[in-house]
Design a protein around this ligand. Structure first.
Ligand code: CA
Length: 236
């Protein structure tokens, strides 16, 4: 995908925000900075960034709520910055809708590498045609998935999925009832091969269940997940 990518950096510690912004600008990104939660939501709305780097601990409203509000308006990849590894665990468990996590302290270079990787992954997923059938929409019970506009409706009401949640849903929906190992999903949806970050998959499944209903995706204990096609449907 061509064009300059726009990144919104949300961080209340000015020295960190400045260092991150400088690094990203040096790598060719257009960068906006917000120093608190309400400012972040307003900036995201005004500038429509391609990616948001979001510190969890913020004055005003915290990063979790900022993530929800930004995602509710417009799905955008979020790289969440946490203070500790165990904080990341809690957030993954909550399924807050971030696409990746980075724990402080980190180097601006490390963060920029994660930003590249996340944007690459999102681009790749957008380029991929939904397989194996290039149908323009998929119906899963009361859930309707438009593959072209990447919009999802549940019982007629629009549901906002994060880019990764959408890609995971489409991947599972293309293979109804087939059990997919979490490691395989990480490789296919996230492009992470041989990784051990299977909790990331759990987190996104949790998010999908919360938004689309608990029956849609079945847990196969010790293995992974499978999409359940509601009775009477052949899978689309
Ligand atoms: Ca902070």
């Amino acid at each position: 995908m061509g064009g300059t990518r726009r990144v919104l950096v949300v961080e209340d510690e000015v020295s960190i925000a400045d260092a991150v912004a400088a690094r990203l600008r040096a790598e060719g990104y257009l960068v906006d900075v917000a120093h608190d939660g309400p400012g972040a939501v307003a900036r995201a709305e005004a500038t429509e960034p391609d990616l948001v780097v979001l510190d969890v601990m913020l004055p005003g409203i915290d990063g979790i709520e900022v993530c929800r509000r930004i995602q509710a308006r417009r799905p955008v990849p979020v790289l969440m910055v946490t203070a500790r590894d165990d904080e990341t665990d809690v957030l993954v468990g909550l399924g807050v809708g971030a696409d990746d996590y980075l724990t402080k302290p980190f180097s601006p270079r490390e963060l920029a590498a994660r930003v590249h990787a996340l944007l690459r992954r999102v681009d790749r997923a957008r380029e991929l045609h939904p397989e194996p059938d290039p149908a323009e929409s998929v119906t899963l019970g009361e859930v309707q998935v438009d593959l072209v506009t990447r919009r999802v409706r549940r019982a007629g009401t629009e549901v906002h999925l994060t880019p990764t949640e959408f890609d995971l849903l489409v991947y599972l929906a293309a293979r109804p009832r087939a059990v997919q190992a979490r490691e395989r999903l990480l490789g296919e949806v996230w492009g992470w091969h041989g990784g051990a970050a299977t909790r990331t998959v759990d987190s996104h499944v949790k998010g999908l269940r919360r938004k689309l209903g608990t029956d849609l995706i079945r847990t196969v204990h010790g293995v992974g997940y499978a999409l359940e096609v509601p009775a009477g449907e052949a899978g689309r």
